[in-house]
Design a protein around this ligand. Structure first.
Ligand code: G3P
Length: 218
């Protein structure tokens, strides 16, 4: 499963890029607003740092303007993935951009029916929002399972399931178990995945016992 970072904070990316874990980035208008920075500058910097897909979301709601914005965003760098909402106008825009060879990430997906429409519109990625479904008492991960099952019936389909709205490490593990192609993960959750008290305790013991040997490796 590919790991994308769900952030517009360039420092988060710089910190984690050395781990080799960062296969791409997703941003959205809320993350950009939280960064307090110029949208197109953030995307350009992200595309420089990460060779994989970097999602940049349109702001318009109508197809004509979405298309203009999407083409403009795609000019920033070859690895820009234009993000459009799962609306009729978003699907129309997805179709045109995909036919022009531009990667599209269809976002704000909350049902397998919507995911089917996005695939037929030529989406490179579909972003089902797991956490936001959980937040209202639904089973967000079940949606990932449903979509993966549905898409698996059509091996020729190129749309990748990008599990989004990830809230904690279990979402990442369950997305992988369900067969999602990608999980877009807040940096905080990456660090939570990494941490285990038994690892910390075991390492402390190894250090203490090694010091007792009085030896050096180099
Ligand atoms: O960026 C898309 C998605 O990951 C947003 O998640 O946490 O705002 O529900 P969240």
């Amino acid at each position: 499963m590919k790991f994308f970072l769900d952030t517009a904070n360039i420092e988060d990316v710089k910190e984690l890029i050395e781990t080799g874990l960062v296969d791409g980035i997703t941003t959205n208008p809320s993350l950009i607003a939280a960064s307090g920075r110029d949208f197109k500058k953030v995307i350009a910097e992200m595309c420089e740092l990460v060779p994989g897909p970097v999602s940049a979301e349109v702001a318009a709601l109508d197809h004509v303007t979405m298309l203009k914005e999407g083409r403009h965003l795609a000019e920033i760098a070859p690895n820009v993935t234009v993000k459009v909402p799962l609306t009729l106008d978003g699907l129309k825009t997805c179709r045109v951009l995909a036919d022009e060879g531009i990667m599209v990430n269809v976002t704000l997906c909350f049902s397998s029916g919507q995911a089917l429409l996005a695939a037929k519109a030529g989406a490179a990625f579909i972003s089902p929002f797991v956490g936001r479904l959980d937040d209202i008492g639904h089973d967000g991960m079940q949606l990932i399972q449903e979509i993966c099952l549905m898409y698996a019936n059509y091996p020729e389909l190129e749309t990748e399931v990008l599990a989004a709205s990830i809230r904690h490490p279990l979402h990442v593990i369950q997305a992988a178990e369900a067969g999602a192609h990608v999980a877009t993960i807040p940096p905080k959750v990456i660090y939570q995945l990494l941490k285990h008290p038994l690892t910390d305790n075991g390492l402390a013991t190894f250090v203490k016992d090694w010091e007792k040997t009085g030896q050096k490796i180099i």
